[in-house]
Write a protein that binds this ligand. Structure first.
Ligand SMILES: O=C(COP(=O)(O)O)[C@@H](O)[C@H](O)[C@H](O)[C@H](O)COP(=O)(O)O
Ligand SMILES: [Mn+2]
Ligand SMILES: [Mn+2]
Length: 345
């Protein structure tokens, strides 16, 4: 897959990040999101692949682009039949979040990125637009920590696996009322909590890299982001578990269906018969080959944000491949017209 999709997916996330970064700090989250979607789709539709969006924009608000089920790739171009034979192309499934952290972009805060994950057909869990309880941790704790255990127990296990005290541990949690008890428990156990307003994909993946000073992600975020995080963690060998949350009362946002009962029905209709199942990274991103790509929109723990200069911009991306077993940081200078100079630092 690396050979077919190659460096092109880097350009897909770069283009989305650049488009969105133009709206950084402008207080318009919908525009920051929309331009990222358009740019991502435009570049994606130049790739010689037969792609299908399995995780995309607004399942519920019937988004017009990059919606679940949308076909993407070169064959979607006008007059494609004259130059494109779909049967010659690799069939792949794609999970996208063109602007992960729309609020972060709109308010000029750290941690937003354009992100996607790719696998062969059927290789990514088509998560519903539900919430997901998540646990991410470094590779050394993989299969030792467990989402079914309490935060206190997991911190103890993490401490043993990482040979550092619980006090030396930093846990990222989304700053939401639903996490009040979790935050208290983590603090009582002795660990330190880093509260984030948005952007739990970045937090989850950061656990796999030492030096980020992020040792775990705990709590409830969105399920689609859970699958994207799992794709990266699967390639990196980090620990990731997710459990769907279908009871609106647990999250208290009223954003996931009318009732627990109707959500359970919906899961059943999707073929999910065990709604309480705990999925690990290899189950959420089960494909033989998994590719992950992200480009920083605003600066983050893993990547720089987009930096504009006269006539161009500089981006930093992260591309992770299960095939080549690489985590590649890509630093790119984009020339929009004739820049006065190419800025190195
Ligand atoms: O921050 C997030 C928002 O993503 P986006 O809409 O693409 O900008 C994600 O990282 C979170 O996973 C998630 O969407 C969030 O936790 C949803 O929870 P809530 O804000 O409480 O509804
Ligand atoms: Mn998101
Ligand atoms: Mn988004």
């Amino acid at each position: 897959m690396d050979n077919v999709i190659g460096l092109e997916i880097i350009e897909v996330v770069e283009q989305a990040a650049i488009a969105s970064a133009r709206w950084m700090g402008k207080g318009e989250k919908n525009t920051a999101d929309q331009v990222a979607v358009e740019a991502m789709r435009k570049r994606m539709n130049q790739i010689h692949m037969r792609g299908r969006i399995v995780i995309g924009e607004g399942e519920r608000d019937e988004a017009p682009m990059l919606y679940i089920g949308e076909e993407v790739g070169i064959c979607t171009q006008e007059n494609a039949s004259s130059f494109c034979d779909p049967n010659q192309l690799l069939e792949i499934d794609i999970a996208v979040d063109p602007c992960e952290g729309t609020n972060l972009v709109a308010y000029g805060q750290n941690g937003s990125m354009a992100v996607l994950a790719i696998s062969e057909k059927g290789g990514l869990f088509a998560a519903p637009d539900f919430y997901m309880k998540k646990l991410a941790a470094p590779a050394v704790a993989k299969n030792h920590v467990d989402i079914r255990k309490s935060a206190t127990e997991n911190l103890k296990i993490l401490s043993d696996c990482m040979s550092r005290s619980v006090e030396e541990m930093v846990v990222v949690v989304m700053d939401r009322p639903r996490h009040k008890d979790l935050i208290n428990e983590i603090r009582a156990a002795g660990a330190r909590v880093r509260l984030i307003s948005d952007g739990d994909v970045s937090a989850a993946i950061s656990c796999a890299f030492s030096g980020t000073n992020i040792h775990a992600l705990m709590g409830i975020g969105a399920a689609p982001e859970g699958v994207i995080s799992a794709a990266a963690m699967r390639c990196l060998g980090g620990h990731f578990q997710g459990q769907l949350i279908y009871d609106p009362e647990v999250v208290g946002t009223g954003l996931i269906g009318e009732s627990k009962e109707s959500n359970l029905e919906r899961l059943k209709s999707m073929g999910i018969n065990d709604p309480d199942r705990v999925y690990n990274a290899e189950e959420l991103a089960s494909g033989e080959t998994v590719l992950f790509a992200a480009c920083g929109i605003t600066p983050g723990t893993l990547m720089e944000g987009v930096r504009f200069f006269h006539g161009g911009a500089r981006t930093q991306s992260l591309v992770i491949s299960s095939q080549s077993m690489t985590a590649r940081f890509v630093d790119t200078i984009h020339m929009f017209d004739q820049p006065k100079s190419l800025q190195l630092h």
